[in-house]
Write a protein that binds this ligand. Structure first.
Ligand code: NAD
Length: 252
């Protein structure tokens, strides 16, 4: 089976790549560097060229698995966070759906974040803008907001993007789900810990008392891609040691 993993060069994407390869998949990685497809998902040109290069690498083969891991933490400029974390996911999803229709029990997973809920604030303006028609205006709005809020809103946007595609993707026979991790020990989290956001991140209690490893998140992705989750579609699986349940116990 053939899989595509964005953000395959580091962290959760690299662990997911290893998991899929160990399972016998042929993996087409997409990343800025050290990948089969080297592309910048922050630009429209980069996203278009990434999709075209993945389709070219597939040749006659369908795409059986897609995992969108590429993302940026709240330590880089807000415009970049919004572009990669939202547009870099939805354009890859929409660009590769056609290639997945003929896959063997095809399935896709988006790595969102538990920041999509409690950490994104109550004002959904940026989330709405990111999913709207005027992307330039959405990026301008992102620039006016704190990076941590933009990060949370970008993750809320991709989570909604997954849920909004449930009908279309279901009709196409392709399952699509999201994973919402909490703290995962990767270079992205190390950068947060070293920044002015580090103290707040460290102060947040974690019911299970520890961070996840990238391999643990890859394990959840593996479940969502495989036959044991055949009826799971349009779902968001929190893999955050219980943080979301602790902060919002009565949300459901
Ligand atoms: P990471 O930094 O280890 O890996 C991210 C990868 O994305 C890198 O290889 C990077 O080169 C790639 N990438 C970044 N910008 C790109 C661009 N413009 N074009 C193409 N590739 C690009 O980080 P990670 O922690 O493994 O993050 C993976 C995903 O998990 C991200 O979407 C992140 O938001 C999410 N996440 C991480 C945590 C955490 O605590 N680490 C928690 C929740 C969600």
């Amino acid at each position: 089976m053939t899989a595509c993993v964005t953000g395959s060069a580091s962290g959760i994407g690299a662990a997911t790549r290893r998991m899929l390869e160990d399972d016998g998949h042929d993996v087409i990685g997409v990343d800025l560097r050290d990948a089969e497809v080297e592309a910048d998902l922050s630009t429209q040109e980069g996203r278009d060229s990434a999709v075209a290069a993945v389709v070219a690498a597939l040749g006659e083969r369908p795409l059986d698995r897609l995992v969108c891991c590429a993302g940026l933490g709240p330590t880089v400029p807000p415009r970049l966070i919004a572009a990669v974390n939202c547009f870099g996911v939805v354009d890859v999803l929409d660009g590769l759906l056609a290639a997945m229709r003929d896959g063997g029990t095809p399935a896709a997973v988006v790595i969102a974040s538990n920041s999509a809920t409690f950490a994104a604030g109550d004002d959904d303006s940026l989330c709405d803008a990111l999913l709207g028609d005027d992307r330039a205006a959405a990026l301008d709005l992102a620039e006016t907001l704190p990076a941590a809020q933009v990060y949370g809103q970008s993750k809320r946007a991709v989570t909604r993007a997954v849920r909004r595609r449930a009908q279309q993707w279901g009709e196409a026979g392709v399952r699509l789900n999201a994973v919402a991790p909490g703290p995962v020990d990767t270079p992205l989290l190390a950068a947060v810990e070293a920044s002015e956001l580090g103290a707040a991140a460290a102060a947040l209690p974690i019911p299970l008392g520890r961070h996840a490893s990238a391999a643990e998140i890859a394990g959840v992705v593996g479940f969502l891609l495989g036959p044991a989750s055949a009826i799971v579609h349009g779902s968001v699986v929190f893999a955050d040691g219980g943080i979301d349940a602790m902060v919002l116990p009565d949300r459901i």
